[in-house]
Design a protein around this ligand. Structure first.
Ligand SMILES: *Cc1c(COP(=O)(O)O)cnc(C)c1O
Length: 380
């Protein structure tokens, strides 16, 4: 039984202050060094981070860019995706997975997700392939890998490039292989709420392909390999030295932070089970062979919107990722999808709820979250 003062505790969805306080002096001195040098764009600090992350994930090369969204866009550009081409991806994800496809005037073709892991359902891919299909973007959602063996087998057989959206899954692995290292390229985001978060926007692409690396190095600086000579039409999408310096300080902590997130997830699983709540909520499912890094701890909850209102009233952080599947977004009306076309994603959008799972969360806070959830289901 849960008792006492914890009923008055608020629990934020994410508390970046708690992490910062632990590494404050290292972060501030890294920032000071960059300021002392007054060298802010690309440069040796970005190179050092690229090398460290390539080594961390187990890839030959890494290229720092301005955001995870740009990592996806630049990967698609490098893959030669042209207007009218089709790229398969999932509708149950953050917008930018599909946004990059559309920016190139290519067409996102949505493949539904599995109801257990929320990742791309390999069994639904083949029937969406047409002669115009060029690539597949599976999303390693909430911190675990999609079924990459099946996806890679199919992509290799059909001659399609695979660009992994690993923006939520740095450090996750599947059968011992890291997220981002299976396909043509792997895309990461350093948005502050990600497991490895910077002090602003940032992103990175990993690959084992030397030619791809060279092309990406050019594309991120307007397609130039030497100053003012442009072989390609690229964009300005560079990682800042300040970001790189801070991320370099944080990277050695990432495994510990990821492990704490996973431990918190296991604690929630236990508390929700012990509280007898499994008739009301379905726990997150980790796919076979996956090491899950829990960027989000996401339940499927009955009467989800009422539960949300109750948690809000009691100042328990929570959020719905994602309330509207991409095929039903206003901007994608011209693609011609209707309700019912991708039923699993549509149902998840009605049922999912993410709870606080950040590394510094305490047991008392998790007990409060579960206690409030139990109060809701047991009282009404
Ligand atoms: C965060 C995120 C992105 C985009 O990253 P930004 O750095 O915010 O541009 C792309 N895909 C997914 C699944 C994400 O969670």
């Amino acid at each position: 039984m849960i008792t006492g003062a914890m009923w008055f505790v608020k629990v934020p969805l994410l508390d970046l202050q708690a992490q910062f306080q632990h590494i404050r002096s290292d972060v501030l001195s890294a920032i000071e060094e960059v300021c002392n040098e007054q060298s802010f764009v690309l440069g040796r600090r970005v190179e050092a981070l690229e090398e460290a992350i390539a080594e961390y994930v187990g890839c030959r090369y890494a290229v720092g860019v301005a955001s995870g969204s740009d990592a996806l866009l630049l990967s698609l550009m490098a893959a030669g995706v042209k207007p009218g081409d089709e790229v398969l991806t999932v509708p149950f994800t953050f917008f930018s997975t599909a946004g990059g496809i559309s920016r190139l005037h290519a067409v996102p073709v949505f493949v539904d997700v599995r109801p257990d892991t929320f990742t791309m359902d390999p069994e639904q891919i083949e029937r969406k392939i047409t002669p115009r299909t060029k690539a597949i973007i599976p999303v390693h959602l909430f911190g675990q890998c999609a079924d990459m063996e099946s996806i890679m087998e199919l992509a290799d057989r059909r001659g399609l490039k695979v660009i992994e959206d690993a923006c939520q899954s740095i450090g996750a692995s599947r059968h011992g292989r890291n997220a981002g290292t299976f396909g043509y390229s792997g895309c990461f985001s350093f948005f502050p709420s990600k497991n490895l978060g910077g002090v602003g926007d940032g992103g990175l692409i990993v690959t084992n392909d030397r030619d791809l690396r060279e092309l990406l190095l050019a594309l991120r600086v307007h397609g130039s390999r030497s100053d003012y000579h442009h072989d390609h039409i690229g964009l300005n999408s560079r990682l800042d030295a300040l970001e790189a310096a801070v991320l370099r300080v944080k990277l050695p902590h990432l495994n510990e932070w990821n492990a704490k997130r996973a431990r918190n997830a296991a604690t929630y699983d236990r508390l929700l089970t012990e509280a007898g709540l499994l008739e009301h909520v379905a726990l997150p499912v980790t796919g076979p062979g996956n090491v899950h890094v829990f960027n989000q701890y996401t339940l499927r909850a009955q009467r989800r919107d009422e539960l949300m209102a109750y948690l809000k009233e009691h100042e328990i952080g929570h959020k719905v990722y994602y309330p509207v599947p991409l095929h039903l977004q206003q901007c994608y009306q011209p693609l011609g999808y209707s309700k019912g076309d991708l039923p699993v994603s549509e149902q998840l959008a009605q049922e999912v709820l993410s709870l606080p799972v950040y590394p510094e969360l305490t047991s008392a806070q998790m007990e409060t979250v579960v206690g409030r959830t139990g109060e809701f289901y047991n009282s009404r």
